[in-house]
Design a protein around this ligand. Structure first.
Ligand code: BJW
Ligand code: ZN
Length: 256
C-alpha cells in the first residue's frame, strides 16, 4: 500500500463538510465479485459485452441474457460485504455529510451498513418490466443452483404481461435520471471526492471525478493497479480497498 502525503489527506478529511464516494466493482472484488476489466479474470475479458450487456442483445436472445444475469445474481447473493464496504459505511457515520454513489449492481454496500446508496447502473436484485417499468418481485434468498451458460426464459410482468428484464443499465442506455442528478449535485458541492475500485473508463460515471476536480474538491483514488487518473488526483492510494480504507478511516477518526 502506498500513501503519498498521508498526513495532509488525514487533515483534509477531518475538515471535510461533505464527502462523496464513487465506487466501482473493485470494492466488491475482495468479496469474490469478478471485476469487469482486470486482465484474464475480468467479466469482459471472458464474455462479450455486445452479446450480453446491450438492449439489442436482450432483444436477440432474451433467455441467454436472462440466464447469464441469474448466474451473476447468484454470485452476488452468496457474496458477503468486506472491510471496504464496512469502512465506507463507517465513514458516513463520522463525516458531517457523505454521499455514496456506486456503479455496482450488487447490494453489498447496503448489506455492509450503508444507507441511501445512489446506484448509477441499477441493481441485479431489481428487475423491471420492459413495457410498464414495474418492479418485479424476486423470490427471497438464493436463486436455484446457478449454472453458467443455462438459458432461462425471463418471467412476465404481473401487471401487464410484458417481459421482465434485468434492472441494470446496459451500454447505450441512459442512466436513471434521479440517480444521475443526485450524483452530479453531490459532486458539485463536495469538498472531498473519492473514486474507489473503478477503472474510470465508463461514462458518464467517470466524468464525476473530473467534475469534482473542476469544482476544486480534493480528489482521492484508491485502486490496486494504475489508472489514467493516477497523476491527476490529489491523492493516489495504491492497494486493495479492503486494506487501505479501514486504515484511512482509523487514522482520520480514531476510536475514542
Ligand atoms: C481494486 C481491487 C481492490 C480490483 N481494491 N481496487 C467512447 C468514449 C466514451 C464513451 C463511450 C464511447 N463509446 C460508448 C460510450 C458510452 C459508454 C461507455 O462509457 N463506454 C466505454 C466503455 C468506452 N457508456 C454508456 O453506454 C452509458 N450510457 C450512455 O452513455 O448513455 C448515453 C445516452 C444518453 C441518453 C439517452 C440514451 C443514451 C451506460 C454505461 C453502462 C455500464 N454498464 C455496465 C454493466 C452493468 C450491468 C452488468 O453488471 O452487467 O456497468 S458495464 C460495467 O462497467 C458495469 C460497471 O458498473 C462499469 C464500470 O466498471 P468498473 O466498476 O470501473 O469496473 P472495472 O473492472 O472496469 O474496474 C475495476 C477496478 O477496480 C480496476 O481498476 C481494478 O484495478 C480495481 N480493483 N480489485 C481496489 N481489491
Ligand atoms: Zn409490466
Amino acid at each position: 500500500m502506498v500513501i503519498q502525503n498521508p498526513g495532509s489527506l488525514v487533515d483534509r478529511l477531518r475538515l471535510a463538510k461533505h464527502v462523496v464516494v464513487l465506487t466501482g466493482v473493485g470494492v466488491s472484488a475482495e468479496s469474490g465479485i469478478p471485476t469487469f476489466r482486470d486482465k484474464q479474470t475480468g467479466i469482459w475479458e471472458q464474455f462479450s459485452a455486445e452479446e450480453l450487456a446491450t438492449p439489442e442483445a436482450y432483444q436477440r436472445d432474451p433467455s441467454m441474457v436472462w440466464g447469464w444475469y441469474e448466474w451473476r445474481r447468484s454470485i452476488a447473493l452468496r457474496a458477503q460485504p468486506n472491510a471496504a464496504h464496512r469502512a465506507i459505511a463507517e465513514m458516513a457515520c463520522k463525516a458531517p455529510r457523505m454521499t455514496l454513489v456506486t456503479q455496482n449492481v450488487d447490494d453489498l454496500h447496503e448489506r455492509g451498513g450503508s444507507r441511501e446508496v445512489v446506484h448509477l447502473h441499477g441493481r441485479l436484485t431489481q428487475p423491471v418490466c420492459e413495457l410498464c417499468r414495474s418492479l418485479f418481485p424476486l423470490r427471497e434468498g438464493t436463486n436455484d443452483q446457478p449454472q453458467l451458460g443455462r438459458r432461462i426464459e425471463p418471467p412476465r410482468c404481473h401487471s401487464c404481461g410484458g417481459r421482465i428484464r434485468p434492472g441494470v443499465v446496459w451500454f447505450g442506455e441512459a442512466l436513471p435520471e434521479s440517480e444521475w442528478t443526485r450524483a452530479q449535485t453531490a459532486t458539485c458541492t463536495c469538498d472531498v471526492f473519492f473514486c474507489i475500485g473503478t477503472s474510470s473508463v465508463v461514462y458518464p460515471a467517470a466524468s464525476l471525478t473530473r467534475s469534482a476536480m473542476n469544482m476544486g474538491a480534493v480528489t482521492v483514488q484508491i485502486n490496486n493497479t494504475s489508472t489514467a487518473l493516477d497523476s491527476k488526483v490529489s491523492f493516489n492510494l495504491r492497494g486493495p480497498a479492503g486494506v487501505v480504507l479501514p486504515a484511512l478511516v482509523k487514522d482520520v477518526w480514531p476510536a475514542i
